[in-house]
Ligand binder design. Structure first.
Ligand code: C2E
Ligand code: CA
Ligand code: CA
Ligand code: CA
Length: 287
C-alpha cells in the first residue's frame, strides 16, 4: 500500500510533462517512472557504464572485436540492463544524448584497448531514431572526425526490424557515416520483417545473426538450414557474418563448418567491465 502511494505521488509529480508523450504508461509502475525521471540525469552525470563482450573469429577463436553494451548502475535498483531503458530513451528523445555518450565513451575505451591489441574493432549499438535525426548525425560525424584514426575500427550495429521502417533520410545518413570510414552491421538478422531487396540498398558490410537462431543449432535442423542460407547469402553479397548467442563448443564447430566468420556468446565470455575486459584481452589469445 505504501509503495503504491509513493508510485502515485511520483506519477502525479511528472504526469504534466510525461502524459502528453507517453499516454500508454501505467502510472502504477513506480520503478519505471523513477527510471524515466532519472535517465536524463544519469546521462548528464556520466553514471551510465559500458560492458564489453568479445567477438572472436570462429576458427581460431582469437579476439578480434568487442561489442559495447550499456548498463545503468543504479543506487536503489542495482545494475539495470538495457532492455529496461533503451526503449524508454527512444520514446523520450533521450536516445540522442545517450547514443552520443555511448559512442564517445566507446572511442575513449577503444583507444585504451588498442594499446593491447591495435587491430581490435569496437561494435556500438545505435537506434534507428538516431539515423532519422540530422542533428545527431552531424554531432556524430564531428566526433568521428576528431578520432578519424579509429573510424575504420568502429562498427555501428543497427537492428534490421528498425531499419525496415526507415526513410530515405536514414539511408542517406547511413551512407555518410559509411563514407567517414565506419562499418555498418545489420543486427538481430532474421527477426525483423526481412526484405531481401533492402539488404542491397544498405552500405552494410556485416550481418549479425540473431541468437534465437543460434541457441539450438545443435538440435534444430531447420535453424541449421536458415543459418547456412543466411551465411551464404551474406557472403555472396560481400558481407561478413557474426553469430551471436554461441553458448557451446558444439555450436561453434557447426558454425565453423558453415563458414561463419565470427562468433560472440557466453561460450567465449560474458560482457564485462572495461578493466576486466582489458585484462582478458591481454591474457587471452588475442589476434
Ligand atoms: P543485442 O545488440 O542483440 O546484444 C546482444 C545481447 O545478447 C546482449 O544483451 C548480450 O549480453 C546478450 N548475449 C551475448 N551472448 C549471449 C549468449 O551466449 N547467450 C545469451 N542468452 N545472451 C547473450 P544485453 O547487454 O542485455 O543487451 C540487450 C540489448 O540492448 C542489445 O541487444 C541491444 O539491442 C540493446 N543495447 C545494449 N547496449 C546498447 C546501447 O549502447 N545502445 C543501444 N541503442 N542499444 C543497446
Ligand atoms: Ca548488437
Ligand atoms: Ca540480438
Ligand atoms: Ca537487439
Amino acid at each position: 500500500m505504501r509503495q503504491v502511494g509513493i508510485a502515485l505521488d511520483a506519477a502525479k509529480s511528472c504526469t504534466s510533462h510525461i502524459a502528453a508523450y507517453h499516454p500508454d504508461i501505467d502510472p502504477y509502475d513506480g520503478r519505471r517512472l523513477v527510471l524515466m525521471t532519472e535517465l536524463k540525469r544519469a546521462i548528464a552525470d556520466d553514471t551510465l557504464d559500458l560492458h564489453f563482450q568479445p567477438i572472436v573469429d570462429t576458427r581460431h577463436q582469437n579476439i578480434i572485436g568487442a561489442e559495447a553494451l550499456i548498463r545503468w548502475p543504479h543506487n536503489e535498483f542495482g545494475l539495470i540492463m538495457p532492455d529496461e531503458f533503451i526503449e524508454m530513451a527512444e520514446r523520450s528523445g533521450l536516445i540522442q544524448a545517450l547514443s552520443i555518450w555511448v559512442i564517445k565513451r566507446s572511442l575513449q575505451i577503444l583507444r585504451r584497448l588498442h594499446k593491447i591489441n591495435p587491430s581490435l574493432f569496437m561494435a556500438v549499438n545505435i537506434s534507428t531514431f538516431n539515423l532519422q535525426d540530422d542533428k545527431f548525425i552531424k554531432a556524430l560525424l564531428v566526433l568521428l572526425e576528431k578520432s578519424s584514426d579509429l573510424c575504420r575500427h568502429v562498427v555501428l550495429e543497427i537492428t534490421e526490424s528498425q531499419m525496415m521502417s526507415d526513410t530515405q533520410d536514414a539511408l542517406e545518413n547511413l551512407w555518410s557515416l559509411n563514407e567517414q570510414g565506419v562499418k555498418i552491421a545489420i543486427d538481430d538478422f532474421g527477426t525483423g520483417y526481412s526484405s531481401l531487396a533492402y539488404l542491397k540498398k544498405l552500405p552494410a558490410e556485416e550481418l549479425k545473426i540473431d541468437k534465437e537462431f543460434i541457441f539450438d543449432l545443435e538440435t534444430d535442423k531447420q535453424n541449421q538450414v536458415l543459418v547456412h542460407t543466411a551465411i551464404e547469402m551474406a557472403h555472396n553479397l560481400g558481407m561478413t557474418v557474426v553469430a551471436e548467442g554461441v553458448e557451446s563448443e558444439h555450436t561453434r564447430r557447426i558454425l565453423e563448418d558453415l563458414n561463419c566468420d565470427m562468433c560472440q556468446g557466453y561460450h567465449f565470455a560474458r560482457p564485462m567491465d572495461v578493466d576486466r575486459f582489458a585484462k582478458y584481452l591481454a591474457t587471452e589469445h588475442s589476434g
